[in-house]
Design a protein around this ligand. Sequence first.
Ligand SMILES: Nc1ncnc2c1ncn2[C@@H]1O[C@H](COP(=O)(O)OP(=O)(O)OP(=O)(O)O)[C@@H](O)[C@H]1O
Ligand SMILES: [Mg+2]
Length: 262
Amino acid sequence: MKPIYELTDVSYRYHSSIPALEGINLLIRHGESVAVLGANGSGKSTLLHLLDGLIFPASGTIKAFEEVLTEEKLETDDFRCFFRSRVGFVFQNPEIQLFCPTVSDELAFGPLQLGLPSGEVAERVADVLAMLGIYSLKDRTPNQLSSGEKKKVAIASVLSLNPQVLLMDEPTSSLDPRTRHWFIDLIGELRKAGKTIITSTHELSVVARIASRVLVLTEEHTIAADGTPAEVIKDHELLHNSNILYEHELGRSGYLRKGICS
Ligand SMILES: Nc1ncnc2c1ncn2[C@@H]1O[C@H](COP(=O)(O)OP(=O)(O)OP(=O)(O)O)[C@@H](O)[C@H]1O
Ligand SMILES: [Mg+2]
């Protein structure tokens, strides 16, 4: 399978000083489903922002679809259109993503930008509203939605684009159990349809259901492991050292037994 992304020695720092990723080497092939696991601040969102061409490496290179991904390249109409029609991004914070006056407009925005005829766009919007069970929200403004509803609309707006590559930053956070279950099934369908899916998550319990490959980021912003869900999940030492698994029951019960003053 052809590579979709190829990262060579990629580092990123915010404001040229705050380290967010260090020396990342990574090859992601067409049709892979990859989960990025890591503690708060390990660099998961930064990695996804880089893969979406929203920010660019301080050093190293990123190739997407076998082309070097740079700010200049994304300013050229041809490549921007090629790239944006193939890659969809669900932001960790849906507030950043939703900017249209209504939910329906939000879902129509991407397909209209791609130049699809309005009849086809209306059909796609209706399909995706029904698929996510958010038809009743279609005329609401984003600020009339709960956080979970915003997340659903953010996911819906990417699905209405039907991209080849889906980048999703903590997509299951703030989803209720039924929607989470539906979403996990949807990922299965998207995988079968040959999409390349890269999700970040804290949730060890969903990893094996949404991915065939897991990357573990350390708190030093490097890749500690790259393996199958089964390999990563059984490696408690790795998960503990990367602050993904915390032996809280032991710690808390010890603390409670001891009491504050003893
Ligand atoms: N806009 C920003 N300005 C400065 N530093 C930032 C900014 N965004 C992130 N950082 C820093 O970059 C590092 C990586 O952050 P990032 O948001 O990628 O982590 P994350 O793994 O997505 O965390 P979380 O699980 O909390 O979402 C952290 O140390 C963070 O403090
Ligand atoms: Mg994040």
